[in-house]
Design a protein around this ligand. Sequence first.
Ligand SMILES: *Cc1c(COP(=O)(O)O)cnc(C)c1O
Length: 370
Amino acid sequence: MMKNPYLLLTPGPLSTTDSVREAMMRDWCTWDDEYNELVQKVRHRLVTLATKNPKQYTAILMQGSGTFSVEATIGTVLPKSNGKLLIATNGVYGNRIAQICDYLGIKTVIAEANEQEPIALDTMEQLLQSHQDITHVMMVHCETTTGILNPLEEACQLAKQYNKITIVDAMSSFGGIPLDVSELQIDFLISSSNKCIQGVPGFGFVIAKQDELAKCKGHARSLSLDLYDQHETMEKYNGKWRFTSPTHVVRAFYQALVELEAEGGIQARYERYQQNQKLLVQGMKKLGFQALIKEEYQSPIITSFLYPEEAFSFAAFYQLLKDQGFVIYPGKVSRVATFRIGNIGDVHIHDIQRLLTVINNTQAKGAVVR
Ligand SMILES: *Cc1c(COP(=O)(O)O)cnc(C)c1O
């Protein structure tokens, strides 16, 4: 088996286990029952991971990266006329939702918050009051731009107080942070194969409330991204996809789900990510790197660090770490210079310790990155 040349400290694709990658080493017939049953098992497991009330919900798998599933959901859920989406945003992924709506010709109202602050509940409420034609409310759970964790419970509660349908981009949090879609009153939740479930990239999935999905027939603006139709086919033909499905990716994803359970489920994975993140921030602080987001808002998924000094060269720092087996991520914040280190994936406390040692040694050698 080929060894990975570096550990990915990025928010997806991420480092997977050898056993997840090994699971891809055979071919599948998409018409065969054995494969379709695998798809059904994946769908069933996803629903049980998402809620203690699995009967109310269903899971739909969709080809493509996570954004394809975000676009499929928005394009299928919002009615063709008289729909208006309130978007709460504090980063790139929230803004991408607005961009998708522009492409699809969907009316929006935007509650924008500073990138370093959680989404603005007060602005959301004002907009809900002043735009009574809002039909749906959407937000990002963990805004991967910065690593900030948004107040999902409060935001969904607010939306439901005004009787709106709730859509959540939980791309970088589902599987890594405990949540229950039924308790939180989430109608549609979106994530993908290559984030906290720790599979390889190739498809996204949506956990949908059955009653709400049932109302979406004929809404879709796109054939290939028709979530309703995709669900119909998966239900009617026992796990069949409408168009070619990413068979190897699905098989690897199933293995990743088995490994999530073996780890002790979402709670245990959450604790591992938290331990990784805490050690990372403490260690980096000792080496002179300050985290961007206040600790109380920080997610255990990915951390943004400020450049330690103006002369800091991210490119040089990146190369030094890559040479020693770690790949990190550039920053995405608009106003300040940052870089990001993710700790999701098959990443453990000893990996973070090794990373900190490597950074310490490069600094000690005077290889300060200018
Ligand atoms: C990764 C991610 C997405 C999807 O990105 P793709 O590149 O399309 O997979 C969407 N939203 C958030 C918050 C993400 O972290």
